[in-house]
Design a protein around this ligand. Structure first.
Ligand code: PMP
Length: 404
């Protein structure tokens, strides 16, 4: 749907029409979003907050309107809970630092899962090293879903935080985050959700989810690069210290003592990405105009169709086969019982105009667990079609034939 808004989809790759199936890495931008960036720089580029002049006031209003809209879009209780960051990775690093400073002590435990992206592992590992805390890992069952019974058994008085992905960027599966949150909350443990792959595909409602923290990236949601969201419940953000110091985040600076700004500015040191926030707001309006339910339905159909077709190929092994997926499918190709390196498949597909991602997808612990050097991942966005999946399947069959 709406393909005409995405001029880049008319590009040719090696003389073949581009089939862009690397949307989990980043989505393409509709013309409306590209225009919004040009509009912002053309009409209201001025540094925000504390500016007495008109242009600064316009830029400030646009930035704060965008924050309000992000809060509405994600179902947050208040715009004060929405912190603009550089992206999911930045959000998780900020959270790990702030939460770690306030709440983590020697011997405490933090729980992540086996299928996390590196950005939901490494910041917690760094925190654990700093504070002599312990990282615990929720294992997977044989069907590559999270082992909820094992998760329950990991929770203890020492557990101070659970941080898991809503949707796996490798397997595409949707984790039962609501259940995970409820189980942790019964023991008074807060939960952070890595929503980088959920926010682009599912209707996320933070009040309904009831997570304590949530992070996502604008560039995976038809928005600009260099912008992300760190959501935190107000009660948490009030007690956490800022992760970075500088302008914006202060109330008063004295050499004896500095006091901090109110929420959300306490967590936004320096000039924020006020052009990016406006452009992201326009991207969210674009999504809403089409309708999130419509997008989710179309993408689910694409996933189901692709999986069903891939299943017909005896050389293909699909991961988390049969599980409901949001936007992504990982697989590998076996020839005469031997795994064909995913890079080789990716290269053969690229030569036919098809952009897929291969490798460890920044989730090495999961890839190690699967016991492979990597996977081939196809991932969809609202503009992809069944016809493109057919082109991809033909290209894949051709690639497999070339291995004969
Ligand atoms: N978590 C998940 C689940 C992701 O898919 C990604 C991006 N691949 C990230 C975190 C990191 O996002 P970013 O690179 O935008 O910071």
């Amino acid at each position: 749907m709406n393909r005409e808004d995405f001029a880049i989809l008319n590009e040719q790759v090696y003389g073949k029409p581009l089939v862009y199936f690397d949307n989990a890495a980043t989505t393409q931008k509709p013309q409306q979003v590209i225009n919004a960036m040009v509009y912002a720089y053309t009409h209201f580029n001025a540094n925000i907050h504390r500016g007495v002049h008109h242009l600064s006031q316009v830029a400030t209003a646009k930035h704060e309107e965008a924050r309000e809209y992000v809060a509405t879009f994600l179902g947050a209780a208040s715009a004060k809970e929405i912190i603009f960051t550089k992206g999911t990775t930045d959000s998780l690093n900020m959270l790990a630092f702030s939460f770690g400073e306030a709440c983590i002590h020697e011997g405490d435990e933090i729980i992540v899962s086996q299928l996390e992206h590196h950005s939901n592992i490494v910041p917690w590992q760094m925190l654990c090293e700093r504070k002599k805390a312990v990282l615990r890992v929720i294992p997977l069952r044989d069907n590559q879903t999270l082992d909820i019974e094992a998760y329950k058994a990991l929770l203890s008085d020492k557990t101070k935080l659970v941080s898991v992905a809503h949707v796996s960027n490798v397997l595409g599966i949707i984790n039962p985050v609501k259940e995970i949150i409820q189980i942790a909350h019964e023991k008074g443990i807060p939960v952070a959700i890595d929503g980088a792959q959920a926010a682009p595909h599912l209707t996320v409602n933070l009040r309904d989810l009831d997570c304590d923290f949530f992070v996502c990236s604008a560039h995976k949601m038809y928005g600009p690069t260099g912008l992300g969201i760190l959501y935190g419940k107000e009660k948490w953000l009030n007690i956490l210290p800022p992760a970075e110091g500088g302008g914006e985040m202060i109330e008063h600076v004295r050499f004896e003592k500095t006091t901090y700004n109110v929420l959300p500015y306490k967590f936004e040191a320096g000039t924020p990405n006020f052009i990016g926030s406006y452009v992201f707001g326009e991207a969210l309006h674009y999504i809403e105009k089409i309708g999130r339910e419509k997008i989710e339905k179309a993408e689910t159909e694409l996933c189901e169709y692709a999986e069903q077709q891939l299943k017909q190929l005896k050389e293909v092994k699909i991961y988390a086969e049969g599980q409901k997926k949001a936007g992504a499918i990982s697989f590998n190709v076996y020839h005469n019982g031997k795994l064909i390196h995913p890079f080789d498949i990716g290269t053969l597909l690229d030569r036919q105009g098809i952009a897929v991602r291969t490798g460890h997808h920044c989730a090495e612990p999961l890839i190690d667990y699967l016991g492979v050097p990597g996977t081939v991942r196809i991932s969809f966005a609202l503009y992809n079609t069944k016809e493109e999946i057919d082109v991809f399947l033909n290209a894949l069959k051709k690639a497999i034939m070339m291995l004969e």
